[in-house]
Design a protein around this ligand. Structure first.
Ligand code: ADP
Length: 437
């Protein structure tokens, strides 16, 4: 499909190139004949005067016909006209007339003619060559009928040669400019094609990744949902059992069982929320609305919120480095990413030294780091850290869904930032978000 339209475009371009060259050539030939007609008027050669005057008008008409893309007829007519001109000039003025030079122009034109197959071009060239041969060898033998001052004739010959060369130059210039245009067009198309190929490659890779992700996602998600469902089911059965005994259930027991059910429901709701966010992320429907924010104030509020709800004495330290400046970021996305990293830092370092949130205002970028001194991440599991549902071996006892980090990473990237992590098992972890200024 692409090839066909390219071919059509190419032949269209060829045609317009030919038309422009032919119109240029016809107009210049017309004016040359006007000059010749004036010249023949002065040197009193009536036959050539009439021929030159008729040719002047004919070439004007043909240039008009070329404009209307009535190509073949004007092309052949102008060939015939030139041939008649050559014969007449040889007959009345002698071979010195130098009209024969037109045989250079016509074959040149046929090279450009886009509508003929190669065999027609060859045929046309043979006919022209043959005519040239006859005219030059036979008609040039004619004794000139008019005796013209040889000095003047020299000037006419010169004019003729220059004009023919001029016509050739006109044709070649058109040809050259259209070739240059074609070349730049081609280069642009090439660039476009390369760009599109890269884009295609990119989306193919993304599609592959997405496919793999979906498969593992479905497996892990169903597994993750099954655990709280099993908790709900077993505790509901327990309630039914208590009910079946006919005895009054002890409030402590009742609270324990119902607490388990509410806990499982809360877990499922949290999981559902995260899965929904992941779905939005994959479909690209997360909105990005950046706005100028005072990051110091923004982080102070966030730290305060976390520290307010922590009842176990642990809290987050807040450190500012460098000279603060405002930045354009989406506050909702940033809140979500930072909250996840902070809650992880607190969650995975219970009983250890308090974690730190640091903003480092560097001249070209700002780095937000959340450093904790907790359990750390096993080295061998580190590459999977940002994958959905990843939970390291050492966190089995601590509640979580394994979705927070993958969402945080996506949110940071939508916010035009980058996230990185480093960790030592048993010593702590550090997550860094970098935004270019
Ligand atoms: P969740 O915390 O709900 O399990 P996340 O996506 O937030 O899910 O984190 C994925 C996993 O990465 C965690 O289960 C844990 O194994 C590891 N992890 C993340 N943050 C930390 C941290 N600060 N310290 C130790 N391990 C962490």
């Amino acid at each position: 499909m692409v090839k066909v339209s390219d071919k059509e475009e190419h032949s269209e371009r060829n045609k317009s190139r030919f038309l422009k060259s032919m119109i240029g050539a016809c107009v210049s030939t017309a004016f040359l004949h006007l000059l010749l007609a004036i010249f023949y008027f002065f040197i009193d050669v009536p036959e050539m005067l009439i021929y030159a005057a008729i040719s002047f008008f004919l070439f004007l008409v043909w240039s008009y016909l070329f404009k209307n893309k009535w190509i073949l007829l004007p092309f052949i007519l102008s060939s015939i006209n030139c041939t008649i001109g050559i014969i007449l000039a040889n007959y009345f003025i002698g071979w010195e007339s130098n009209f024969n030079i037109y045989f250079m122009v016509l074959p040149a034109a046929v090279f450009l003619y886009p509508n003929w197959e190669a065999r027609y071009r060859v045929f046309y060239m043979i006919v022209l060559g043959f005519a040239y041969f006859i005219v030059y060898l036979i008609f040039s033998d004619f004794k000139a009928i008019y005796l013209i001052n040889s000095q003047i004739l020299q000037y006419v010959s010169m004019l003729n040669s220059f004009s023919a060369a001029g016509i050739m130059v006109v044709i070649l210039l058109f040809l050259n400019s259209s070739i240059l245009k074609m070349q730049t067009d081609l280069e642009n198309k090439n660039k476009d094609l390369k760009y599109k190929a890269a884009e295609l490659d990119d989306s193919l890779n993304k599609e592959k990744e997405l496919g793999q992700l979906k498969t593992s996602f479905v497996t892990t998600a169903s597994h993750q949902f099954r655990t709280p469902l099993a908790v709900i089911q077993s505790n509901a059965q327990l309630l039914e059992m208590f009910n079946g005994t006919g005895k009054k259930i002890e409030p402590v027991k009742y609270k324990k069982v119902s607490g388990r059910i509410t806990g499982a429901i809360a877990k499922m709701t949290g999981l559902m929320d995260d899965v929904l966010i992941l779905g939005k992320l994959t479909s690209g429907s997360i909105q990005y609305v950046p706005q100028e924010i005072d990051l110091v104030e923004f982080c102070e509020n966030l730290v305060e919120e976390f520290n307010d709800v922590k009842a176990d004495g642990s809290h987050l330290n807040f450190v500012i480095k460098g000279e603060p400046y405002n930045v354009a970021l989406d506050p909702k996305l940033l809140t979500h990413s930072l909250s996840n990293l902070i809650s992880n830092a607190l969650k995975y370092s219970i009983g250890k030294k308090n974690p730190d949130l640091t903003i480092d205002f560097k001249p070209n970028e700002l780095v937000l780091s959340i450093k904790d001194y907790g359990i750390g991440i096993p080295e061998e599991e580190f590459p999977k850290l940002f994958q959905p549902f990843f939970r390291a071996k050492n966190v089995a006892e601590i509640k979580g869904t394994g979705l927070g980090l993958s969402i945080a990473k996506e949110y940071v990237e939508i916010n035009k930032g980058q996230i990185s992590a480093s960790s030592l098992l048993g010593e702590g972890s550090c997550f860094e978000i970098t935004f270019k200024r």
